[in-house]
Design a protein around this ligand. Structure first.
Ligand code: SF4
Length: 374
């Protein structure tokens, strides 16, 4: 494992306009305020979304004076890299980014044989309070803007496309982000408008242009927002973090279950499937002695009958000093077998980057906690 920590300073870009928070018309209006003709918006847009320019200096077909002016008043990189950790097997890269106001967020790039999957954050912190999660411990700092969400994607697109930047990974150097999961810090449906603005930018062929089917949004189960998502008309995948099949246990792990109990969440999922005809994924973080018994597997299988779904079993990525520990491989397989025997497709998801704090919020906890202690 290699770790690089970059010293960061309070960012002067705080007063700068983030071009990533603008649609193309807003960008044209902004450039018009600077006295620029309309076609400059298209040129700038293409530098950002098609060529992943990380600064104005790279935008070689813009006049030098305009590049200098833009660098004074605007930014195309609202994230500053604070820490980068590459796993020992060099197929997982986790970054901690600092935002202009000092908040920090995480994103992880996972290199598989055919896929380059990016896990991104939707909020700085999280208000959902899941008891086993590192992000929950600091609460919610704030929502990310659409530009801060898109910026994570552009950062890694640049990283993969630039021969000088990627680590000397064992995997043949991939050139593009192929899949995105919103499973990093935050509850995406708690920052609904900004997340959907970002998703439209990411999937827009005129902007980043990744197919919606290659994106999965993971929610803890905000039922009304699942209904809203079903009406968006984008083929984004839905994953629901269930973690328990009954209210008593689920509320102890996922407190938001008090407001949106299991049956209400599952009813919203049924409506979502009926409307979109899309298969939903249920995420289930297996915790030793907590939610991994055969009885719970049977209860889970009964609850999910008739839903077009798939269950992802994930042995928990443990937080140091936490009472929650991962289920053994043997018990994980037993849980999966019970689901399968009841006709529920279930797979065990590989834990990636366990030694690099790749679980949600863990790197931030490690780095920021250390900085506070020193
Ligand atoms: S598991 Fe997800 S929803 Fe729950 S507190 Fe952590 S980041 Fe928030």
């Amino acid at each position: 494992m290699t770790t690089k920590t970059f010293i960061t300073f309070p960012d002067a870009s705080q007063a700068k306009r983030s071009l990533l928070d603008m649609d193309e018309q807003q960008l044209a209006d902004f450039l018009a305020e600077l006295g620029e003709p309309k076609f400059r918006a298209r040129q700038t847009w293409e530098w950002i979304y098609k060529r992943y320019a990380g600064d104005f200096a790279a935008m070689s077909n813009l006049p030098k004076a305009l590049r200098a002016r833009l660098a004074e008043v605007a930014t195309v990189a609202p994230l500053t890299l604070a820490t980068e950790v590459v796993s020992a097997d060099r197929d997982t890269v986790k970054c901690l980014f600092q935002l202009h106001d000092g908040q920090t967020i995480e994103a992880v790039l996972m290199l598989y044989d055919q896929r380059r999957t990016l896990c991104i954050s939707s909020q700085a912190g999280c208000a959902m309070g899941c008891t086993f999660c590192a992000t929950a411990q600091g609460g919610l700092a704030r929502n990310l803007t659409p530009g801060e969400i898109v910026a994570q994607v552009l950062y890694f697109a640049r990283y993969l496309a630039d021969p000088a930047l990627p680590p000397d990974t064992d995997v043949e150097r991939p050139a593009q982000v192929t899949n995105i999961v919103l499973m990093g810090m935050g509850e995406p449906l708690h920052n609904y408008a900004n997340v959907w603005t970002a998703l439209r930018r990411i999937t827009d062929n005129d902007a980043f242009g990744l197919g919606a089917r290659h994106i999965t949004l993971s929610t803890v189960g905000l039922a009304p927002m699942i209904d809203r998502m079903a009406d968006e008309g984008l083929q984004i995948g839905l994953a629901v973090s269930l973690h328990a099949p009954n209210d008593e246990l689920r509320t102890s792990l996922v407190p938001v279950n008090k407001g949106y109990p299991v049956d209400e969440v599952l009813a919203a999922v049924r409506r979502y499937v009926a409307k979109t005809n899309r298969r939903v994924t249920f995420e289930y973080a297996l915790m030793r002695g907590i939610n991994d018994t055969p009885e719970l597997a049977e209860e889970m299988a009964a609850k999910l009958q008739g839903i077009l779904c798939h269950v992802n079993l994930i042995p928990l990525n443990p937080i140091p000093d936490s009472p929650f520990q991962p289920t053994s491989d043997e018990d994980t397989e037993r849980f999966a077998q019970i689901l399968r025997a009841a006709g529920i497709p279930a797979t065990v998801r590989l834990r990636r980057g366990i030694e690099i704090n790749a679980g949600c919020g863990q790197l931030r906890r490690a780095v920021v906690g250390k900085a506070k202690a020193s």
